[in-house]
Design a protein around this ligand. Structure first.
Ligand SMILES: O=C(O)COP(=O)(O)O
Ligand SMILES: [Mg+2]
Length: 224
């Protein structure tokens, strides 16, 4: 039987990227004289990648943003974010131990994020996490991104896995919707950037800490 594939979201699930996302976003919008955003705004801003985050920051500040202005701002964001990487971003407590024990138990691991692939891959590498994953797929790796189920199923296939034997782990609505739309069971974590109470997301399971993410827990989900 194909090894089960456990797919992780990146921002707010594997890694607490909030400080660096906020810093790079504020550097970006300062070019348009917009007041800085705070950590509390992030749950509204994050989720659909950097381009959407910039557009949402302009909306938050009630500032107009022409289509032609987006690309230079995106370039500014990428340059700042890449230059500081990994900055203050760190894996959540217990993550590395969880990845080690899942790998040792024969699970295949992958990342499915709406972050651009060109930002997600180096971040995972610089944090020393790359060797755990059979695939890291960004929001622009395929033609579709979360909540489209195709992003998740294509990630699993890229990792050499089978979407019928997989679990998605995420922090927000796009992750849980993508999983549901793909018919894949999901786990939600409470430490990320959800803009709605996570109990309302409809995930199959909820964990409070990566210590709970054991082979037995996931095998039980896959049997359900
Ligand atoms: O960077 C984003 O907007 C979303 O990233 P995520 O899919 O890893 O949460
Ligand atoms: Mg996330």
């Amino acid at each position: 039987m194909t090894a089960p594939t456990i797919v992780f979201d990146l921002d707010g699930t594997l890694v607490d990227t909030a400080p660096d996302l906020v810093a790079s976003l504020n550097h970006t919008i300062a070019a348009a004289d917009l007041a800085p955003v705070g950590y509390d705004d992030l749950t509204f801003l994050v989720g659909q990648g950097a381009r959407a985050m910039i557009a949402r920051a302009f909306a938050l500040r009630g500032a107009p943003l022409a289509e032609t202005e987006i690309q230079p701002l995106l370039d500014r964001f990428i340059e700042h974010y890449m230059a500081g990487m990994p900055g203050d971003s760190r894996p959540y407590p217990g993550l590395v131990e969880a990845l080690d024990r899942l790998k040792a138990a024969g699970f295949r691991l992958a990342v499915c994020t709406n972050k651009m692939e060109s930002l997600a891959v180096p971040l995972v590498e610089k944090l020393g996490l790359a060797h755990h994953f059979a695939a890291v797929a960004g929001g622009d790796t395929f033609a579709v991104k979360k909540p489209d189920p195709g992003h998740l199923t294509a990630t699993i296939e890229k990792a050499g896995g089978d979407p019928r034997v997989a679990v998605m782990i995420g922090d927000s609505v796009n992750d849980i919707l993508a999983a549901r739309n793909a018919g894949i069971p999901s786990v939600v974590v409470p430490f990320g950037y959800s803009d709605v109470p996570i109990a309302e997301l409809g995930a199959d399971r909820q964990i409070a800490h990566f210590d709970e993410l054991t082979p037995a827990f996931l095998s039980d989900m896959l049997r359900a």
